[in-house]
Design a binder for this molecule. Structure first.
Ligand code: DGY
Length: 276
């Protein structure tokens, strides 16, 4: 907020409550806005953009993910988009995956297999980058390697789902995938709920196809009721998408979101602009 408030040429309209912004408030206040900062819980679609009208120059999301932004609708209107990236989303095994592995190594993890977008590459094995990363984590040569998706299901003891959401990755972990996993395996999803078929996961846990699950994200969030199949599953631990909620991280994201919206409104460089 101080970053925004010091720009005296900007008029700020700020949701006054310490909870998720009401859609009706946003729709009421957005007409005529030049820029808007949103969280990933806000659908930026035709409804919102039509309400905003032609004055809207920039949408700045305080998130790495951007599947809540309807990019064709934004591109069609020539609206710039800022986000808070911390990953190479197309790499599969990108910066978040690498940072996760670095935190697991002290717990005794000695081998890491991962997969990537098959449309981008069908490579299997250890790349030069994998060798370098293994060396930097004091893991043996060949400890990190890329495998096809089905091998990942069959061989993993602990499987981390770390990929962007959206139609391309929808239900990557489905019933077929879960049935291939070890009955002792644990599934961890800190990325997007849409990657995992919730009903299939609840069944997998209930029927012992896998041993347990730890989820920071669930399909349908933020509205996940007490009747959700996974909420009622004793071998599933669910957090309300707070994996990035450290003070430092959120402050960094907020700072970037503020700088992006200012850049967009004033027609200047945005520190992290999404390429539409
Ligand atoms: C993001 O930024 O997309 C995370 O999922 C939440 O902070």
């Amino acid at each position: 907020m101080p970053i925004l408030r010091e720009r005296k040429e900007l008029e700020l309209i700020v949701w006054p409550e310490n909870r998720q912004c009401d859609r009706s408030w946003l729709l009421e206040n957005i007409p005529g806005a030049a820029g808007v900062i949103v969280l990933l819980s806000e659908q930026v679609n035709d409804e919102l953009l039509d309400k905003a009208g032609p004055s809207l120059k920039v949408v700045s999301t305080m998130s790495v993910g951007y599947e809540h932004l309807f990019l064709p609708a934004l591109a069609k209107r020539g609206i710039r988009v800022g986000y808070t990236p911390d990953i190479l989303t197309d790499a599969g095994f990108g910066r978040i995956a690498q940072a996760t592995l670095a935190r697991l190594v002290p717990f005794g993890i000695r081998q890491c297999i991962y997969t990537g977008n098959p449309a981008a590459s069908a490579f299997s094995g250890s790349s030069a980058r994998d060798h370098a990363l293994a060396a930097s984590l004091s893991l043996p040569a060949g400890a990190i390697s890329r495998v096809p998706l089905t091998d990942l299901a069959v061989r993993s003891d602990v499987l981390f789902v770390l990929a962007p959401g959206g139609p391309e990755t929808y239900h990557t972990v489905d019933a077929d995938f879960l049935r291939r996993m070890k009955s002792s395996a644990v599934l961890v999803n800190p990325s997007r709920g849409s990657l995992v078929d919730s009903d299939a996961l609840a069944r997998a846990l209930r029927e012992g196809w896998i041993w347990g699950a730890g989820l920071d994200v669930v399909e349908g969030e933020p509205r996940v009721g007490t009747d959700h199949p996974l909420v009622n599953e004793p071998r599933c631990v669910i957090l309300p998408h707070i994996g990035s909620a450290t003070f430092e991280t959120r402050l960094g994201m907020a700072t970037l979101a503020a700088k992006n919206v200012i850049g967009g409104v004033l027609g200047e460089t945005m520190p992290t602009e999404l390429d539409l």
